[in-house]
Design a protein around this ligand. Structure first.
Ligand SMILES: C[S@@+](CC[C@H](N)C(=O)[O-])C[C@H]1O[C@@H](n2cnc3c(N)ncnc32)[C@H](O)[C@@H]1O
Length: 290
């Protein structure tokens, strides 16, 4: 088992383990020691990972995820947030809902967020021309629409966790709304549950995004900000992949723990984390800020 631990620019600790997440959480993580979990597990839709087989019998897959969710419940603080990113595939769109059914006896579903990867807006009074933003995987044939979104399920223990909604808020389009309500004291409103987070445009998959299903760093960053940076000491991603959640934590100065079972992805994540930790300015140029 390889592990790496280092200090980020702000003194936050990053610990990553090339290890099975279930065994890793049981072995390394204390009860109620994690404030926020942001993760994207395999969806069981036949993605070609380097070593994980993403094609298990459905019952076996769902029971495995439920076991992981129970472990997450053990290590999460009472006021913690568990953000679970999942999608399906056109021929099996039930995956996210099957997972929800399996987890509903363990957690309260506090928010359902739609991660919008691509959107097309038609010319209108307020839209100056027809535009299309973001990237998606085109689907051929005549049965299915192109799949341009995934879910982020926000689970908590009580359903009553207070969030920092304005930390990821947006300015009012109609400024006359400022001051209209007691809560509207400044030019920022809750952005709602549709989050447009496009993938960066890349030239080479192999070089620029060498993983079949990573999410943009901005996704975990928004989840953590929504939970509240001042309420968050440590974040966990049990399915590290390329380490996107670790990078979000480095960016926010928050400690992080992650597990990845595949040695190749683990090494790529490690390289990405070290590069970021060593050259913060480069990172800011590359990803911009919210
Ligand atoms: C959907 S990807 C996560 C991608 C990640 N969010 C990112 O942005 O790069 C799921 C990852 O889980 C890993 N994985 C599968 N089974 C695992 C296990 N039992 N423990 C830890 N990691 C596992 C896979 O190798 C894969 O890299």
């Amino acid at each position: 088992m390889i592990s790496w631990s280092g200090d980020g620019p702000s003194g936050a600790t990053i610990k990553i383990y090339c290890y099975d997440c279930l065994a890793g959480m049981r072995h390394y993580l204390q009860e109620h020691s994690i404030d926020v979990v942001v993760t994207s597990p395999p969806y069981n839709i036949g993605v070609a990972y380097a070593s994980y087989i993403d094609n298990q019998p459905k019952d076996k897959f769902l029971s495995w995820l439920a076991e992981i969710a129970l472990e997450i419940k053990r290590i999460l603080t009472n006021e913690g947030s568990f953000f679970l990113n999942v999608g399906g595939k056109p021929s099996d769109p039930w995956v996210p809902f099957d997972i929800l059914q399996k987890l509903r006896k363990h957690f309260v579903l506090q928010n359902v967020i739609h991660w919008i990867k691509s959107i097309a807006l038609s010319k209108d009074r307020e839209v100056f021309c027809n535009v299309s933003y973001g990237h998606y995987k085109p689907i051929g044939g005549q049965r299915f629409l192109n799949d341009c979104h995934e879910y982020i399920f926000h689970f908590t223990n009580s359903g009553k966790v207070k969030l920092d909604r304005l930390a990821i808020g947006v300015p009012y389009q109609d400024k006359s709304n400022i001051g209209r309500w007691k809560a509207a004291v400044k030019d920022k409103r809750c952005r709602g549950n549709t989050w447009f987070i496009p993938y960066e445009t890349i030239q080479s998959r192999e070089r620029d995004r060498p993983h079949p299903s990573s999410f943009p760093v901005k996704l975990p960053e928004m989840c953590i900000k929504l939970h509240g940076v001042s309420n968050t000491t440590t974040v966990l991603d049990p399915f590290l992949g390329l380490g996107s959640t670790a990078l979000a934590c480095l960016r926010l100065g928050i400690s992080f723990v992650g597990f990845e079972i595949d040695p190749h992805y683990f090494q790529l994540a490690l390289k990405r984390i070290q590069e970021f930790a060593n050259s913060r300015t480069l990172f800011w140029r590359e990803y911009g800020s919210l």
